[in-house]
Design a protein around this ligand. Structure first.
Ligand code: APR
Length: 234
């Protein structure tokens, strides 16, 4: 394995599947049970805020007891032990990367354990249910307290920092994502045009699998630790 100086890792729901969290687009995934337009758009929140908050309250409760798995731990180890820079960009809103010890981490789709006031933009850590009756601690207005997650139709977070890292990386690893949601699904093309090596680690070929130079298929808890060991020369 060549030595890489700047690694960018993109992760998706498949990374947390073996920790017990549902993916979105698998047969029994979240979007098989809910319609995106009912629960994950700004329009849905305007139309039926109770329903949207309920959907995320359930997800927040679900994330409460879960623990990082061997794949999250391997990625944290890679960041710690690799001599070069390692940025992890996750589409996941769960806290498992940081619980495993990853430090340089971007939650591009937000975090379930934070609230965001739709009126003033204030964010704060949030562990309990969100309800429409809550007042924002910063602006005092009711009705705007929502989860700090990026909905369809909204701009993912930190895109400038992400594109700068993609443009400078020499290895891009995509893990546990179906490659269907943009802009994340376009990262592989971005890094390919900058000349980086590209690797997909996923249970099965993703939508974008043919765009990767190297693909390794299997459960994240097996393929990720093995790939990290190879990168670290173990
Ligand atoms: N190990 C590795 N990969 C797995 C595992 C596993 N144990 N289990 C499932 N997968 C793979 C699936 O085969 C699938 O390709 O993970 C991928 C999960 O894809 P999605 O459910 O589409 O999740 P993701 O790509 O993260 O979704 C992107 O869509 O709805 C939005 O905002 C949401 O961040 C999410 C975004």
């Amino acid at each position: 394995m060549p030595s890489y100086e700047r690694i960018v890792i993109l992760t998706g729901a498949g990374l947390s599947a073996e920790s017990g969290l549902s993916t979105f687009r698998d047969k029994d995934g979240i979007w098989a049970k809910h319609k995106i337009e009912d629960v994950a758009t700004p329009e849905a929140f305007t139309r039926d805020p109770e329903r949207v908050l309920e959907f995320y309250n359930t997800r927040r409760k679900g994330a409460a007891g879960v623990k990082p798995n061997a794949a999250h731990e391997a990625l944290a180890r890679l960041e710690k032990e690799h001599p070069g820079a390692v940025l992890t960009v996750t589409q996941n809103i769960d806290p498992l990367h940081e619980m495993a010890g990853t430090r340089w981490l971007i939650h591009m789709h937000g975090e379930i354990l934070k609230s965001l006031c739709a009126h003033c933009g204030a964010r704060e850590p949030w562990k309990n249910d969100l309800t429409t009756g809550l007042l924002c601690k910063s602006c005092g207005k009711p009705g705007g307290m929502r989860p700090d997650v990026v909905w369809f139709g909204e701009m993912p977070y930190a895109m400038e920092e992400i594109y700068a890292a993609l443009g400078a990386c020499d290895l891009f690893i995509s893990i546990g994502t179906s490659g269907t949601v943009y802009p994340a699904a376009g990262f592989v093309m971005e890094v390919r045009s900058a000349g980086a090596h590209t690797v997909e680690l996923n249970l099965e070929p993703s939508e974008g699998a043919s765009m990767f130079a190297q693909v390794i298929h299997g459960p994240a808890t097996k393929v990720v630790p093995a790939f990290v060991d190879e990168l670290l020369g173990k």
